[in-house]
Design a protein around this ligand. Sequence first.
Ligand SMILES: O=P(O)(O)OC[C@H]1O[C@](O)(COP(=O)(O)O)[C@@H](O)[C@@H]1O
Ligand SMILES: [Mg+2]
Ligand SMILES: [Mg+2]
Length: 346
Amino acid sequence: MSNSISLTRYLVEQQRTKGRITPELRLLLEVVARACKRISISVNKGALGDILGSADSENVQGEVQKKLDVIANEVLIEANEWGGHLAAMASEEMDTIYVVPNRFPQGEYLLMFDPLDGSSNIDVNVSIGTIFSVLKKQNDRTDAIEPVSEQDFLQPGNQQVAAGYCVYGPQTTLVLTVGDGVAMFTLDREQGSWMLTADQVRIPEDTKEFAINMSNMRHWDAPVRRYIDECLAGKEGPRGKDFNMRWIASMVADVHRIMTRGGVFMYPWDKREPDKPGKLRLMYEANPMGWLVEQAGGAATNGRQRILDVEPTKLHQRVSVILGSRNEVERVTQYHLEADSAASKA
Ligand SMILES: O=P(O)(O)OC[C@H]1O[C@](O)(COP(=O)(O)O)[C@@H](O)[C@@H]1O
Ligand SMILES: [Mg+2]
Ligand SMILES: [Mg+2]
C-alpha cells in the first residue's frame, strides 16, 4: 500500500474510477474530514485552549455537555452548512434536525453525527472521537417541495451511503467506508493532509479480547452474563482459552482497537433503564459503526437482529450493541436467541 495516497485522491478514485460516490458526496466527505481536522486542532490544545470542562448545559438526552461537545458540534455544523450538498443535519447534541438555511447551497444528503464521542475522557487526555453517517433524502414523497423533516432521517442503517469516524488519539485517524471496504487515513500534521495508511481493513473472525463495562454486570440480562462468565472462566471453562479485557469508555477508541486487531464490543441493554433498549444511539453511533465493522468482515447486532436492519422510529433512538469479530458476535447473538426460545416455551 502506497503512503502517498491522500483522502482526496482516494475519494476521486471512488467517484471517477469505481463510480461508488457522486461528486457531491465526495465534496461532502472532504468537508467532514476538514471539520475533523479542526476538531483535532482544538483537542490538541487541551488546557491551552478553552476546551476542557463542562459547558454547564444539558443535551436532549439529559447528559451534561462538555465544552468540547459544543465546540465540535459547532465546527461540524458551520463547515457543512456552506459546504453544500446537504439538506439537513442531526446530532447527538441537538434536540432536533438542523435544516440547512436557504442562503446556503442545498443538496440531497443528510448528515448525522456524534460530534464528540467519549466525552468523559476529554479532561483526562484519553482518546476521543467523532462519528458520522450519511444518508440520502428519499425522493418518493408525493409532495416534492415538502421541506426536509425528522422523518427523512428515519431510514435503517443499510441505507447509509457513507459512514466513518475520526479518533483523536496518539495519532489522529479517519476511518471511512463508502461501501467498498474500510480505509484508514492518518493526519499528517506537517502537510495538513489525510494520508491513506490502511485499506481493505479486515477484523479477525476470532478473538480473545472483549470490551464491556464490567461494573454493570449485576444489571445485565442472562445471555450477556453467560457469555462473559464463559470468557472469564478462561482455559478451564467451556471456551478453553483465556480472554483479555479492555474498556476505554470511548466507543470510537474501542471500535478502532477492534478494527486494528479484533475483539468484541458490547453495550447491552441493562436493568438500570429497563425502558431504553441500550445506552448507545442508533442513528449516529451504532449504525455507522455497524456498517464499518461489517465492511471489515465483522458483525454487528442488537443481540437479536442485525443493527443495520433495525427500523428507526426516533432520531435519538437507543439500541443495544454487540459488534466486532464475527464468530464472537454470532455466539452472543445465539445466546440471546436461545434464551428467547427457552422463555417462549416456558
Ligand atoms: O461510561 P460508560 O457507561 O462506560 O459508557 C461509555 C460509553 O458511552 C459513550 O461515551 C457514549 O458516547 P458520548 O460521549 O458521545 O455520549 C461511548 O463512547 C462509550 O462506549
Ligand atoms: Mg458517543
Ligand atoms: Mg458525544
